[in-house]
Design a binder for this molecule. Structure first.
Ligand code: BGC
Length: 864
């Protein structure tokens, strides 16, 4: 039986209703019990009409089958496929695809803003917007298209619309801003309806960066909404934002992403988003006035490609603590990102204050690492019985919460942490027999969840939370092992390209709110992340959309380097946070920053050449191929002493040389041996920073030195991957020693306990211990080459690849190695058993098992 699973349009998590692309690609997974299954053809049907049978093996991001969609155009679409035996699958479940508003001219709504001006220097209140309208006969459907300058919560007839949080998220607003499309057909009534919105500062005008800049995009909040109601007779009624709307402020007195939210429940506006609400009969502070139309500085309106932020999990209090100074502290047991929901009962006007932090400092809330971020929520009770509250327009990175002003006795069950994240599809799992490594993996997972909040950020807690390019550059591969990030990251890359300077320079953070600084490893996000997405998702679209941006970055480095082909000028962040760099000089790494910079130059030039090859642009393939060769040559002349000694005697230097193809094959063993010597001399403590760390274990593996790789991985003294675990870490830290061995917080200015960058080791865990790696773009060929090491006796990993579920599990018992592999349909796998690196087995889809003796024994390969 062959069945089609998860037929979908566009990227995982993106909308079906309100699709932003006129010709969205389609993907499906196949489930079959036929081993070695290959697709030979597919057929799509649009509203019952066949689009013809297409001879093709493609099932991932397949081209749209018919004429491009126009705005609002909707179709029901389904697919069926043929395998090589001629057997045909049933039709997939149909999906409804509906285009959003694709042209600027589709928008008749005007941006509106409250007439009231807020204090420009302080966190603003959330503003409410409302308007009523009539529907006089039954409808066939209704869509609400909406966005805001500031973050929003949309209301219709008394209920919140949808479950997205912090919408419209963060993009380079001046160049593009997202709108959401909601199917609100069922929420409307014949009669009077009320549409409302709350809008708060968010990224639009809230505090951003450690300079605590406000109003980065504009100083007025705004709303743009267009409700389109369709009647049976084909006519359409629209309700749009314009000067007829009313606005006021209400219970949210102040809301800011860094500082937190203050909510006075006594100012609750009641049924403000319900028809018949009396705008004149509010409380003292509630005075509805007419909205003003205005023109915020926003770019084009676009639909999302990936998922919005949602509530993704809940975590209960593990323990209530009393600090030495007598403060009440809640410990949630897990460093997480989100906020606290609580139920409280007490007299009106009681102020409950929640302060958040990741760690304790001598038993008190450790807020110093938050720098300027206040991370404080305040709730002022209404006093009319139990009241349940959670903030809507902020988020915090924390494990501990200090509670002040709680009326009566506090019980742990009164509180719950709401975990928020971009609602990405979880695709990967990993587990092995070593609990410390499992905790390391879990920390990578939590670090990713907490830092993928619409934008991939460095950290989620302090006055930063920015889309640092270098951090994602090193982490992107690992991210793909855990979640389907293709939609989210390809959108972010779109912003990177939009924020790129005319000369190709890439900003340090995207969306750009800092400044440009030509920086190796950070700017290379422009080239290396699209390449990673192509490798992991077989997405040619992202490569072709980013190709000009990729080239522009390499050209900008080329212009700096000039004929020398070496990048030796300017300041580099280099191997950022090398453990031997002093706390106050995080860029002061052991490795020569210029050596690393030119290594990245060579790597990026090569990637552009390869991308040109894939995209079929021979002139660029040749141009950048030649450039890559020349940079490599220049690099070797400048940094390679006789034999394979590098001018910089640091692990990172050797790791980039090996991983970026700067050495000849016969030079690699000596380079690997040198890393091993350095590692041994450092007693297997980690000696690398942001750029070197992700490359060390892969470099050692390339030379076959798994022994050293495992010794480094399993070391627990400081600094090492497992040291934070021994100190109770539940996320990946920014510094190897964010918490010092004596339990005190690292005195450095930047000390986050939730930074994914050093979690880039996750990719090695999945590939080498877990055994699953891409052997061809999109895992069309799966590379299964697990290598046991350390004390690990079993491991299992899985990944929902673009073609379906892949699984690898192995056990090592008394020298016998047993490997079980599940290969997705329409793909093949290349299997390497440990101890037999040169023997390659190619198998088709289905379940397979091998047994072999380790290390030298012969496998008894047998398909199952
Ligand atoms: C951020 C980093 C970033 C670095 C570069 C830090 O403040 O948190 O993760 O990559 O600055 O300068």
């Amino acid at each position: 039986m062959t069945r089609i699973q998860r037929f979908r349009v566009g990227y995982a998590g993106g909308p079906n209703c309100g699709v932003g692309h006129p010709a969205p690609p389609l993907s499906w997974l196949i489930e079959t019990d036929e081993p070695g299954w290959r697709q030979t053809a597919y057929e799509m049907e649009l509203d019952g009409t066949s689009q013809g049978r297409v001879a093709s093996e493609q099932s991932v991001l397949v081209p749209w089958p018919t004429a491009p969609l126009s705005s609002r155009e909707a179709h029901e679409i389904r697919v069926r496929v043929w395998g090589q035996s001629g057997e045909r699958s049933d039709w997939s479940d149909p999906i409804l695809v509906e285009a959003g508003l694709l042209r600027p001219g589709d928008w008749g709504a005007e941006w509106i803003s409250p007439a009231q001006r807020d204090d420009e220097d302080a966190s603003g209140p959330a503003h409410h917007f409302r308007r009523e309208f009539e529907i006089d006969r039954p409808i066939v459907g209704a869509r609400l298209y909406v966005t805001s300058a500031g973050i929003n919560q949309i209301w219709l007839n008394g209920s919140i619309v949808g479950d997205a949080l912090l919408d419209p998220g963060w993009t380079s607003y001046a160049k593009r801003i997202r709108y959401a499309t909601y199917d609100v057909s069922d929420a409307l009534v014949v009669g009077t309806n009320a549409l409302g919105a709350m809008v708060a500062d968010g990224w639009w005008r809230g505090f951003l960066t450690w300079d605590m800049r406000r109003n980065v995009y504009g100083d007025r909040l705004g709303l743009l909404a267009q409700l389109e109601v369709r009647y049976e007779d084909g006519t359409m009624q629209t309700v749009m934002t314009d000067g007829s709307w009313s606005t006021t402020t209400g219970p949210v007195l102040a809301a800011d992403l860094y500082n937190g939210e203050t909510y006075d429940a006594r100012l609750d506006l009641g049924a403000w988003a319900t028809a018949g609400y009396d705008e004149t009969a509010g409380y003292d502070d509630s005075c509805w006035t007419a909205a003003e139309t205005f023109a915020p500085a926003v770019g084009r309106l676009e639909a999302r490609s990936g998922p919005p932020v949602r509530r993704v999990d809940y975590v209960d209090v593990v323990e209530v603590l009393r600090s030495p100074s007598g403060k009440v502290l809640l410990d949630f047991g897990q460093n997480l990102v989100g906020w606290v929901r609580f139920t409280v009962e007490g007299p009106a006007g009681t102020v409950v204050t929640l302060r958040h932090a990741e760690v304790l400092d001598e038993g008190e809330l450790g807020v110093r690492p938050l720098r300027n971020a206040e991370a404080t929520d305040r709730y002022i009770l209404k006093g009319e019985g139990p009241e349940t509250w959670e903030p809507s327009f902020t988020f915090h990175g924390y494990r501990f919460v200090e509670v002040e002003g709680w009326p009566g006795d506090l019980t742990p069950g009164d509180f719950r942490s709401v975990v928020i994240s971009s609602d990405l599809e979880e695709t990967g799992t990993f587990e092995c027999s070593n609990d410390l490594i499992n905790r390391l993996h879990s920390n990578v997972y939590w670090g990713m969840r907490g830092n993928f909040v619409d934008v991939p950020t460095d950290c989620p807690q302090r006055d930063e939370r920015l889309g640092w390019t270098g951090d994602l550059q090193v982490f992107a591969s690992t991210a793909t092992d855990l979640f389907d990030v293709c939609g989210m990251l390809s959108e972010w890359l779109g912003d990177l390209a939009l924020d790129q300077r005319d000369d190709g320079m890439v900003p340090l953070v995207v969306p750009d709110v800092l400044f440009w600084l030509p920086t190796a490893g950070w700017g290379d996000a422009a080239t290396l992340i699209p390449w990673t997405l192509y490798q992991r998702y077989d997405d040619l679209g992202v490569l072709s959309r980013q190709f000009d941006s990729m080239r522009a970055w390499v050209d900008s480095v080329d212009a700096i380097a000039g004929p020398s082909r070496l990048w030796t000028t300017g300041r580099q962040l280099g191997d950022w946070l090398d453990p031997d760099a002093p706390p106050e000089d995080p860029g002061g790494a052991k490795v020569d920053g210029d050596l690393v910079a030119s290594a990245y130059f060579a790597r990026s030039a090569r990637v552009v050449a390869d991308a040109a090859g894939v995209l079929g642009i021979p002139e660029h393939q040749e141009q950048y191929g030649t450039l890559a060769d020349e940079v490599r040559e220049a690099w070797r002349k400048r940094y390679l002493d006789d034999g394979v000694k590098l001018t910089s005697d640091a692990v990172t230097a050797y790791a980039v040389a090996i991983e970026f193809g700067l050495l000849e094959a016969d030079e690699i063993p000596a380079a690997v041996a040198h890393i091993a010597r350095l590692a041994k001399a450092a007693r297997y403590r980690v000696s690398t920073g942001f750029l070197g760390t992700p490359l060390v274990l892969p470099a050692l593996s390339k030379g076959g030195d798994y022994e050293t790789a495992y010794r480094l991985l399993t070391e627990t003294s400081c600094p090492s991957w497992l040291y934070p675990i021994t100190m109770g870490a539940t996320t990946i830290w920014e510094r190897w020693d964010s918490l010092l061995p004596d339990g005190s917080i690292n005195p450095g200015e930047m000390t986050s306990f939730n930074h994914y960058a050093l979690g880039a080791v996750g990719d090695w865990l999945h590939q080498v211990i877990g055994g699953l790696a891409p052997g061809a773009p999109g895992y069309r060929r799966l590379l299964v080459a697990p290598v046991p090491g350390g004390d690990i006796t079993w491991a299992k990993s899985s990944l929902v690849t673009p073609y379906g579920l892949a699984r690898c599990s192995w056990t090592l018992d008394d020298g016998e190695f047993v490997l079980d592999v599940l290969v997705p349909p329409n793909t093949e796998a290349e299997i390497h058993l440990p101890g037999e690196p040169d023997e390659t087995r190619i198998v088709g889809s289905g379940a397979h098992r091998w047994q072999s003796a380790i290390p030298t024994g012969k496998a008894t390969g047998e398909d199952r």
